[in-house]
Design a protein around this ligand. Structure first.
Ligand code: UT7
Length: 329
């Protein structure tokens, strides 16, 4: 029997309609379009005014099922990466399965912050490669505005809401996920964390008064680790798979900061025209960035394209996935 690979056979994204520009933010906190653009590359981001992460995921999954002509009842597993679940429990994957009519599926949430989508597809791929499942959905989605402090200019300008979903199916032509390298370092929690609301600091008047339910980030420290580790792991997966920069059709980097994206592409020897970038319109949607990139660029992808996805985020978590694109759209 031929080796089974897990291939992405469809992708769909969703971003809320409401746009928050840098100009809008400069009326809320002491910031400017110039600062945000030059430091991050972000011009605007989308804001979800009503609803939860599962609602954005539902939009993406509905579109995905439609475009891949898939019956929701045929989905066997849903892995949903997020740091902004609807509830601490039940999982947002469970909520999504109910809302989308995927009633034969089981599912779970995966917390790996900005690396959630690459952790998710690497995990989902195992169920396909072993032959156990034929249809797995992986979602990366975050409603970051639900944990943003609009009094903290160092974080509220960076993030936005959105996400996307992919369908993983078996492929016998050698296309699909070829390799992954995933890493973590929990010491990174000192620099990027939502301190309140978990078992360490359950919600209380104090946690609310101390603004502990919001994202806290030491940007400079995170930047240092992100630049080094995202670039290194992306170069490492190329070396491991004997890929030259000419062999790589696309780099799909986590969209946290244009300067981190540029450093990663430089380290890989990849020219800018082969780098997916949409940070200017969505900001950092945490687990949502990579599926949103694939969605935006889907029409340009060709069957057989070598693609490297790479990410770095809270945890710290980071890694890279090497895949061969499986279809022409
Ligand atoms: O996706 C998860 C992983 N996260 C990341 O990868 C984010 C990594 N970090 C970064 O992208 C960058 O560190 C930031 C974009 C968050 C910040 O950029 P920076 O160049 O590292 O700026 P900084 O934190 O060193 O701040 C420089 C100055 C400070 O002022 P002083 O101390 O020099 O007077 C900040 O107070 O910029 C100030 N500042 C701002 N000014 C205007 C910080 N935020 C703002 C703001 N508008 N929004």
């Amino acid at each position: 029997m031929k080796k089974l690979h897990a291939a992405i056979t469809g992708v769909e994204g969703y971003v809320p309609e409401h746009v928050l520009t840098n100009e809008d933010l400069s009326k809320i906190v002491d910031t400017s379009d110039e600062w945000i653009t030059t430091r991050t590359g972000i011009k605007e981001r989308r804001i979800m005014r009503e609803g939860a992460s599962s609602d954005m995921a539902l939009h993406a999954v509905k579109g995905l099922l439609e475009k891949t002509n898939t019956n929701p009842l045929d989905i066997e597993l849903v892995i949903l990466a997020t740091v902004t679940p609807d509830y601490p429990f039940p999982s947002t994957a469970n909520v999504l399965c109910d809302k989308a009519g995927m009633t034969n599926a089981w599912g779970y949430d995966l917390i790996a912050a900005c690396s959630g989508f690459i952790y998710g597809i690497s995990t989902g791929a195992q169920f396909i490669e072993t032959g156990r499942y034929k249809k797995v959905i992986v979602v990366g989605v975050d409603k970051m505005t639900s944990i943003l402090d609009y009094q903290d200019r160092t974080t509220c300008v960076i993030f936005g809401d959105g996400g996307g979903a992919v369908l993983l199916e078996p492929n016998e032509e050698g296309l699909g996920i070829q390799d992954f390298i995933l890493r973590s370092d929990g010491a990174g929690r000192a620099y990027l964390v939502q301190p309140g609301g978990g078992s360490l600091n359950p919600a209380s008047i104090e946690t609310v008064e101390n603004r502990m339910h919001y994202v806290k980030q030491e940007g400079k420290q995170v930047f240092k680790f992100a630049v080094t580790n995202m670039a290194e792991v992306s170069a490492e997966i190329m070396e491991k798979n004997k890929l030259t920069s000419d062999d790589v059709a696309w780099l799909v980097p986590h969209q946290a900061n244009l300067r981190i994206i540029d450093a990663t592409a430089d380290r890989m020897g990849i020219t800018k025209d082969k780098v997916m970038i949409n940070i200017q319109k969505y900001g950092n949607t945490t687990a949502g960035t990579l599926p949103l990139c694939l969605w935006d660029y889907e029409a340009q992808l060709k069957k057989g394209d070598n693609i490297i996805l790479s990410a770095f985020g809270g945890g710290f978590t980071w890694g890279a996935v090497y895949l061969k694109w499986a279809y022409n759209s």
